[in-house]
Design a binder for this molecule. Structure first.
Ligand code: MTE
Length: 322
């Protein structure tokens, strides 16, 4: 697959390559203007597809796909999304993750779900495929101040949690990525991190309908570089919360310490909600570079999902970096 250096691409190139890709999949383009006119409400409309309305896995066809998010921003190309990645278990070089993870075996796979639940369960790939999937076009804003618009395929985490029945004492959900130092070269190159990659959410955040277990993008199954076979996507938080290639999920009482909190507690908090008003200690969070665009654009509170999620943080001082 063609490797695009984000520094080399002009908006026209990226537009053309996106159009070519969409055309090759037979996508009939929807009008950006019409979708933009739907405004932010489209987010909740998309996110409130009920299980009954949602289509079964693999039936989310590219032909049914919009080509902008609800704010009218164009999708990033498949090439961008699969060739500019953060996946430190492979490498810290974003443009080499695709190459180094090529062919990484993600089948068979199991996700063990336990802890404070009534009904612990190990989900096989087939079990995961039994969840009805839907398409969710989300912005992803990395803490490093770059962003993309990605058409995910997946199912709400709440559906999986409903199957294991969390106990009322459970306050947080802890997620763990596969630990495979033999198969992933980044472990040995970056031994100072406390592997495996850990992330966490409060139970309320985990149950929120926007919180997605993604199994694909652009209507196809996930590739290893994007966290195959299943990863979390929490679109109102900095991208590091969206943990890849999950093997374990536990319901717990204590707030989990993520890999990033352990590595640099003064730089990375537990909540890590996108907040343009609170800078990272080493750089501004006021603006971001959308991959494929020249120049910068202003970042948005909760990455544009404020109406949907702000209530989760009532009473929290949002001028502090959590
Ligand atoms: N999950 C694991 N296991 N390892 C990682 O290095 N990087 C995070 C997140 N999930 C990471 C991870 C960061 S910093 C970002 S921005 C997103 O994945 C990037 O997702 P993408 O490569 O699919 O765009």
């Amino acid at each position: 697959m063609k490797k695009i250096k984000s520094s080399e691409i002009t908006p026209e190139d990226i537009y053309l390559s996106r159009r070519d890709f969409l055309k090759s999949l037979g996508i009939v383009s929807a009008s950006a203007a019409v979708l933009a006119a739907c405004g932010p409400a489209a987010t909740s409309a998309t996110s409130q597809v009920s299980a009954a309305e949602a289509e079964p896995i693999d039936s989310v066809t590219p032909a049914a796909m919009a080509d902008t998010d609800e704010l009218g921003d164009p999708l990033n190309s498949f090439e961008d999304i699969t060739n500019y990645n953060n996946y430190y278990e492979f490498t810290t070089d974003k443009q080499r993750v695709a190459k180094l993870s090529e062919g990484y075996k993600t089948s068979p796979w199991e996700v063990q779900v336990g802890g404070l639940v009534n009904n612990p369960k190990t989900f096989s790939l087939d079990d995961l495929r039994n969840f009805e999937t839907e398409e969710r076009i989300y912005r992803m804003r990395c803490v490093e101040a770059w962003s993309m618009v990605i058409p995910w395929k997946g199912f709400p985490l709440s559906k999986l949690l409903a199957e294991v029945e969390p106990k009322s004492e459970a306050k947080y959900v802890r997620f763990e990525t596969i630990y495979d130092p033999e198969g992933m070269p980044g472990f040995k190159k970056n031994p100072w991190y406390q592997w495996p990659y850990i992330e966490g959410l409060s139970v309320d955040e985990a149950m929120h309908d926007l919180t997605l277990m993604a199994t694909g993008l652009y209507g196809k199954d996930l590739l290893p570089q994007n966290g195959a076979p299943v990863r979390l996507v929490v679109p109102w938080k900095y991208g590091f919360k969206s943990i890849k290639s999950i093997v374990k999920i536990d319901l717990v009482t204590e707030q989990p310490t993520s890999l990033w909190m352990a590595a640099a507690p003064n730089e990375y908090g537990f909540y890590a909600n996108v907040n343009p008003n609170v800078n990272h200690p080493r750089w501004s969070q006021a603006s971001e570079r959308r991959i494929g665009e020249l120049g910068r654009r202003g970042s948005i509170m909760f990455n544009g999902y404020e109406d949907e999620v702000a209530h989760l943080y009532d009473g929290m001082d949002l001028s502090v970096n959590y």
